[in-house]
Design a protein around this ligand. Structure first.
Ligand code: ATP
Length: 473
């Protein structure tokens, strides 16, 4: 089959395959040990994915960079790591028990379940805020069927929280929920942080951790899953300052998306219209990414949640959530909430980085990842693996770099060309080769120098071993 390659935004896009670019990314993830289907050997468990050796590295790099930018580089942020299991009263006060629902419809023939709002979105109708009756009448009016062409059941509400039981307690007192967002762990610790750290307003509390949602129809790789990680901040402000602080954080979120390599034309800020805002929110922006084959959809959310959460917890728990000014005046702070999903960030980063080009007359695939996100910072190889003197030197260079960077690969399988392709495909920014020149056998001037090959250009440079760390930094 003839391939049609089009150069677009510094990328070669294969037009015949563009629509299944996501499939290519998913297949690369499986083949190269980034992401596997959860419980795969037992046929999988829908909505769950496992991170393999390279996925763990990428995942950790993203979270580390996020923590560095939003917590360590600032004076106004405090970290937190709350328990996943929380008292059920938390979810009653937050409104999740009574209202964390999605509208569900069933295929009347197969019993398959779908989100009614997603089926309507597919035909261009925004069902946000629609009652169940309105959803039913809209489905009837437009003749919406299940993807298999069968009639749909009436819509009903489906609570997305996973329920479990704690200890041996029977009855409703034993009910616990897996947290559907990390945010509430922050609100219930607000007073603890105030009392222990005496922060000055405005300040934020940041948390990275797992969240669980019993999604009706998990789909699109890591985009909509049942178990995922969030990186969230609750930023506490005086009510009068919310607009100024919102603008500052909005720019910080933009900087973050730049930092993880997402191009500005693939990011869109969707201002949620007033009629679709959650009842407690006065402003929400969805940061959307242009996912291949899917189009723009939510990557991260940024909501102004007023004082809704702290007030609800204050009322339900009886514990004061007031901030006290040096002059003794008290108030319940208002809250700005930037909320990021790690899985959606990984999907966007991989799609953005996935590149096909032509090198030495061959099509090659590589991940153009920023060096600080790449699973391996650098790979080290001896030119030939059956020459002990090359191997010994390569192992010494590898050990020194590993001590410095940690995430360094040692690769001696196949010929050099194959090693380069393999490292390109997983996004390793640089490959170092120890050859006979390194040993100074042919040209003494080149003793203790190595070849460093650049992933993106394929160009090679000779670098003195002693300068490698500095060169790669
Ligand atoms: P959506 O409308 O797409 O369901 P949401 O508005 O419910 O998302 P939030 O409650 O704002 O999402 O959660 C914050 C972030 O958590 C989202 O921007 C997304 O990155 C991530 N997230 C939420 N639900 C999921 C999920 N089921 N799978 C993967 N990531 C998710």
């Amino acid at each position: 089959m003839k391939r049609i390659m089009v150069r677009c935004k510094d990328k070669y896009i294969d037009m015949e395959k563009n629509t299944d670019m996501m499939e290519k990314v998913v297949s690369l993830c499986k083949r190269r040990g980034f992401v596997f289907q959860g419980s795969e050997i037992y046929g999988g468990l829908k909505g769950t994915w496992d991170f393999g050796p390279l996925g763990v590295l990428l995942n950790n790099n993203i979270k580390r960079e996020w923590w560095k930018m939003f917590v360590e580089a600032r004076e106004d942020m405090y970290g937190l790591d709350a328990a996943i299991l929380m008292n059920a009263k938390v979810w009653e006060a937050s409104g999740h028990v009574a209202g964390f629902f999605d509208p569900l419809v069933e295929d009347t023939e197969t019993g398959e379940r779908f989100r009614a709002d997603h089926l309507l979105k597919d035909i261009g109708i925004d069902a946000d805020g629609m009652s169940l009756e309105k959803i039913d009448s809209t489905i009837a009016e437009h003749g919406v069927k299940s993807p298999k062409g069968n009639a749909l059941s009436p819509a009903r509400q489906f609570n997305m929280m996973f329920e479990s039981r704690i200890g041996a307690t029977a009855g409703p007192e034993g009910t616990v929920y897996l947290r559907p967002e990390t945010a509430q762990g922050i609100f219930v610790n607000f007073k603890n942080v105030l009392d222990s750290m005496s922060p000055k307003i405005p300040f934020g509390i940041a948390q990275v951790g797992k969240a669980f949602r019993n999604e009706i129809a998990p789909r699109e790789f890591l985009f909509r899953v049942r178990e995922f990680e969030q990186m969230e901040i609750e930023y506490f402000v005086k009510e009068a300052d919310w607009e100024t602080e919102y603008e500052k954080l909005r720019l910080d979120i933009q900087r973050w998306h730049e930092h993880i390599g997402l191009s500005s034309e693939n990011i869109r800020e969707y201002e949620v219209p007033e009629k679709d805002l959650a009842h407690y929110s006065k402003r929400t922006i969805d940061f959307e990414y242009n996912y291949p084959g899917k189009g723009f959809d939510e990557l991260a959310g940024f909501a102004y949640r007023t004082d809704h959460d702290l007030k609800n917890h204050m009322k339900a728990s009886g514990v004061s959530m007031e901030y006290i000014e040096p002059d003794g005046s008290r108030f319940v702070p208002h809250v700005l909430e930037p909320s990021f999903g790690v899985g959606r960030a990984i999907t966007a980063i991989l799609c953005e980085a996935y590149t096909e080009d032509e090198m030495n007359g061959e099509i090659r695939t590589y991940l153009k990842l920023p060096a600080y996100l790449a699973p391996y910072r650098v790979a080290v190889s001896p030119l030939l693996k059956n020459k002990p003197e090359l191997v010994e030197k390569a192992r010494a260079v590898f050990a020194a770099l590993k001590k410095e960077f940690g995430n360094v690969a040692y690769d001696e399988n196949g010929n050099i060309g194959k090693r380069y392709r393999r490292q390109d495909e997983i996004g390793t920014p640089a490959c170092i080769v120890i050859d006979f020149e390194t040993l100074g056998q042919e040209n003494p001037e080149l003793k203790d120098t190595v070849t460093v090959r650049n992933r993106d250009t394929g160009e090679q440079e000779r670098v003195v071993i002693a300068d490698l760390v500095e060169y790669l930094k």
